[in-house]
Design a protein around this ligand. Sequence first.
Ligand code: NDP
Length: 282
Amino acid sequence: MGIIIDGKVLAEKKREDISRRAKAFADKYGRSPGLAVVLVGEDQASAVYVRNKKRACIQTGITSFDYHLDENTTQKEILALIDELNARDDVDGILVQLPLPSQLIEEEILVRIDPSKDVDGFHPYNLGRLLMGEPSLVPCTPTGIMYMLDEYGVDIDGKDAVIIGRSNIVGKPMAILLMMRHATITICHSHTKDLPARVKSADIVVAATGRPHMIKGGWIKDGAVVIDVGISRTESGLVGDVDFDEAINHASLITPVPGGVGPMTITMLLENTIVAAGSHVS
Ligand code: NDP
């Protein structure tokens, strides 16, 4: 029976460290690190995420500036807000909550954010730096997973890692971070042939598809580390991509959903805000 990785406990530990650094920053520079969160429209899930981010900021001594824009906000209006936030000295990080209403062009908005304030790590400049092996602001979910692996003492060097999902925000940066630590990477997606065999070959499995329970326990190699990023709302509540009840019988370590990767993702957003703040002072 595998050990369950407790994302809440790890997140709490990391947040204590962030609180200390936020206080030291405020003592030294006479202001707290600041995070601007932009929410457009009334999407319920987005509103919950934004509330959780705001709560986490308050808990750690980061000032959050909240912008809740109307559903019908135009591209010109949101770009003007981004320009204003880019110019402000008290705003270290800018987060635009996705998804955006259909009249808004996501790529143009994310590229408009000053890369030094891109705390989500989605700007091509920051993704490019990651690809070059010079990461600065890295997407929060993959960095949170690296933190979890390190805290649980997982030896990554030389291991076979299989990542299921190739999004810009999870799958691809995850692959690069694991490769930087000398894992051998396989990235799977919806065109991959014989996914069970790929998963079976992995010492480390990262599932990020958003397909509830599609990774079966029997696919997991005995002793593998299983990280479940997926979050799907079903009639029985929030579930991950991995059939947890079966997989735990094969894995050595496994993350639950909820309570695994999710709490770490928000925590790494705070970490990125502290890092960004450090780059804005001399
Ligand atoms: P995307 O929808 O952008 O990507 C999903 C990926 O899964 C795609 O690459 C897709 O392949 C692949 N995929 C879908 N179906 C299959 C299949 N049957 N077999 C193999 N691969 C498949 O999702 P995200 O990366 O944004 O998010 C993934 C999940 O993680 C979601 O549930 C999301 O809610 C969750 N999430 C959780 C976070 C957290 O903090 N816990 C943070 C971010 C995301 P293809 O490219 O071929 O279409």
